[in-house]
Design a protein around this ligand. Structure first.
Ligand SMILES: C[S@@+](CC[C@H](N)C(=O)[O-])C[C@H]1O[C@@H](n2cnc3c(N)ncnc32)[C@H](O)[C@@H]1O
Length: 289
């Protein structure tokens, strides 16, 4: 898997870097089709934790009177959040920390939201378990961001490595297709795929070369369903396929391009025993030496 050294360097990259924000600004993340859904999704929720909140882009979309907690390990992003004076009254608690160990009380949150962050995580099951820990019974988990479910949907680091190399393209696509089919079979097998972030080896910063997780919102839903969560929504906003063949593949979930997705899950009200499942975490490729 991804080494401790990479993990440390990745942390150093986020903690001290302002580069990602400029990249985020150029992508116009504030205009996400999912952020505008937050008031509807969070109806009746008071205590909301924003997981890897960055500079607080979600704050402007949250309903009035929310009791907001933000957590992120980028000092730069949190400083930016705190400088937005119009948000200060809502953002009472903002923690610098790793989302793998949230500095938040067990069962204290009505909702956990996470936007454009899961694609930056390593150890996704650990983070999902943390979300489960801090949510109250009946609480909501709302996750959105880019989705790489289709075997030919590559995140920027992977696309950079493939770079027109047809053999690599075919190998990666077939490999992912085979794994996907294997894990699609049972509801008791979950797969999380990662790539080694290119940002650690590049001299100049390329947008989104820091991505690590090939986010698959359906797989996140499947994992949470093993904790007996109810899936309230799974929405994808990938561009529509433009040919019959692609349409057929899209129906089978085997065709895709960069697209956003959102998954919304509800924690059971009564304590229920989690279902035993097999969780596989796999590094899809390493950087070439
Ligand atoms: C692209 S930004 C998204 C920020 C914000 N949620 C938004 O919608 O604009 C990704 C954020 O994830 C944070 N991050 C990545 N891994 C993290 C971790 N393990 N713990 C805490 N924050 C993390 C980064 O510091 C960064 O602020």
């Amino acid at each position: 898997m991804i080494t401790t050294t990479s993990r440390r360097s990745l942390f150093a990259f986020w903690a001290g870097s302002s580069r990602y924000r400029h990249c985020g600004d150029s992508l116009g993340l504030e205009h996400s089709p999912h952020r505008i859904e937050l008031p509807r999704l969070l109806q009746g929720c008071k205590r909301v934790l924003d997981l890897a909140c960055g500079d607080g882009a979600n704050l402007a979309f949250l309903p009035e009177g929310i009791d907001y907690t933000g957590c992120d390990y980028s000092a730069y992003a949190l400083e930016t959040l705190m400088s937005k004076t119009d948000h200060l009254s809502m953002a009472k608690r903002v923690f610098a920390g790793d989302v793998r160990q949230l500095p938040v009380e067990t069962g204290s949150q009505d909702a956990v939201i996470s936007s454009y962050s899961f694609e930056h995580f390593l150890e996704v099951p650990t983070i999902l378990n943390e979300c489960d820990r801090v949510l109250r019974p009946g609480g909501l988990l709302v996750i959105f961001g880019p989705d790489y479910t289709a075997p030919n949907a590559f995140s920027p680091p992977q696309a950079a490595i493939i770079k027109g190399n047809r053999v690599r393209l075919l190998t990666y696509t077939l490999g992912r297709l085979a794994r996907r089919l294997r894990h699609a079979r049972g509801r008791d097998r979950v797969l999380f795929e990662y790539v080694e972030p290119l940002v650690l080896s590049e001299a100049t910063f390329q947008p989104d070369h820091d991505l690590t997780h090939l986010t698959n919102h359906g797989m996140i839903g499947k994992y949470m369903k093993s904790l007996v969560y109810q899936q309230v929504e799974l929405v994808t906003t990938a561009p529509s396929p433009d040919s019959l063949l692609k349409k057929a593949f899209a129906t089978l979930g085997l065709w895709g391009k960069f697209g956003d997705a959102r998954v919304v899950l509800k924690k059971p009200i009564e304590p229920v025993k989690p279902r035993k499942i097999q969780v596989t975490e796999r590094l899809v490729h390493r950087q070439p030496d």
